[in-house]
Design a protein around this ligand. Structure first.
Ligand SMILES: NC(=O)c1ccc[n+]([C@@H]2O[C@H](COP(=O)([O-])OP(=O)(O)OC[C@H]3O[C@@H](n4cnc5c(N)ncnc54)[C@H](O)[C@@H]3O)[C@@H](O)[C@H]2O)c1
Length: 352
């Protein structure tokens, strides 16, 4: 690992920034590429002066070229309000971003790891979900831009391996949480923590009996790096914590950890929301020795501690509608943020 040149697409995001930390710590030369759509420069600020770290502001839908050995493709908005705010762009990001990553992989003989998702299983009829389960996704629902985009990305990965000999790895990531999550991005863990910290009622969609499995980000990074460095396995691998909690249990746990007067309010369940979610992780255990170590309570304590340090103590909990309106107000009709100078090292087209 120590001599490797690694490109992390989506490197300014929540998971991507932790991955950059890990790769730098392991001695790799790391390039983080991101268009800052949902990622934040603060997430990688501490790395910016590191001699083996570079940031490149670039949209992965456009081709890119860098001489690297490893390409981690994490570029894609991951929370429903963000990916539903511009659904066509979400699909294109998954599909074109993966295509561009694979083309670069072929050109440089680099290995490509795709950050896929448990959402490829949709609202599953099989529980818990093994990698052999093919899923139940509504291809025309409001979540399809993300779910089908990720499914198409997996299919591109498999076709590039079959047709062009691409060296691929596919991680199916289940719900992951931890420091550097965007406190206002509308994910369940960040929503509950921020609502509890502000003394607001915690919003549960549905009756709270739906289940999720929550993996602390350090555990996920262990799995991602181990999978990338596996010598040969090219089939999808579930990465997540197999412990299952109901949404109601999570809400009660957060309320217990934050000294809060918040109670709970119930709202209608969104369309196509999965009722259960729990990975079968035998494959990851056998192949990679992957076993999440951080219990939910401990991971939540670390995440709450991080949120309490944020300068903006009152981030909004957002909906897709409010994101669209905010972006339109800021950028005119285009919801995609234009590349800003913001201290980022600019991408040089000459590299292509
Ligand atoms: N966090 C989870 O629970 C989870 C679960 C399953 C899968 N994943 C996958 O892991 C990856 C990282 O997720 P995350 O939770 O860190 O989300 P995130 O939104 O924090 O990170 C995604 C990053 O991709 C960048 N990005 C988006 N579109 C881009 C584009 N067109 N060009 C360049 N960069 C772009 C964003 O700016 C952001 O920095 C995603 O691909 C997501 O689908 C995450």
């Amino acid at each position: 690992m120590n001599k490797r040149r690694a490109l992390v697409l989506g490197g300014a995001g929540f998971v991507g920034s932790h991955l950059c930390d890990r790769l730098v710590a392991k001695g790799a030369e790391v390039y983080a590429m991101d268009n800052l759509h949902t990622g934040r420069l603060e997430n990688i600020e501490h790395l910016r002066k590191h001699p083996r770290f570079s940031f490149i502001e670039h949209d992965v839908c456009e081709p890119f070229h860098l001489p690297v050995d490893r390409i981690y493709n994490l570029a894609c908005p991951a929370s429903p309000p963000h990916y539903q705010a511009d659904p066509v762009k979400t699909t294109l990001t998954s599909v074109l971003g993966t295509l561009n990553a694979l083309r670069l992989g072929i050109k440089c003989r680099a290995r490509v790891l795709q950050a896929s998702t448990s959402e490829v299983y949709g609202d599953p009829e099989v529980h818990p979900q093994p990698e052999t389960y093919r899923g139940a996704v509504n291809p025309i629902g409001p979540r399809a831009c993300y779910d089908e985009g990720k499914r198409c990305a997996e299919s591109l990965m498999a076709d590039f391996a079959r047709a062009h000999g691409a060296d691929i790895r596919i991680a199916r990531i289940f719900n992951t949480y931890g420091p550097r999550m965007d406190p206002g991005d509308g994910r369940i863990v960040s929503n509950f923590i921020m609502q509890a910290l502000r003394g607001e009622d915690l919003t549960i969609y549905g009756d709270g009996s739906q289940t999720r499995s929550f993996c602390y980000v350090d555990d996920l990074i262990d799995g991602i790096v181990a999978l990338m460095e596996h010598p040969s396995f090219t089939q999808p691998v579930n990465l997540g914590n197999p412990e299952e909690f109901s949404v109601r249990e999570l809400a009660d746990l957060v309320r217990g950890l934050v000294d809060t007067t918040s109670s709970i309010v119930f709202c209608p369940l969104p369309e196509d929301d999965p009722k259960v979610r729990k990975p079968v992780t035998n494959r990851a255990l056998e192949l990679l020795g992957f076993e999440p170590k951080v219990p939910l309570r401990e991971g939540l304590e670390r995440t709450i501690a991080y949120f309490m340090t944020l300068p903006d103590a009152r981030p909004r909990v957002v909906s897709a509608r409010s994101l669209i309106d905010a972006r339109r107000a800021k950028n005119g009709s285009s919801p995609t943020r234009a590349a800003s100078g913001s201290g980022a090292r600019s991408y040089k087209r000459a590299l292509i």
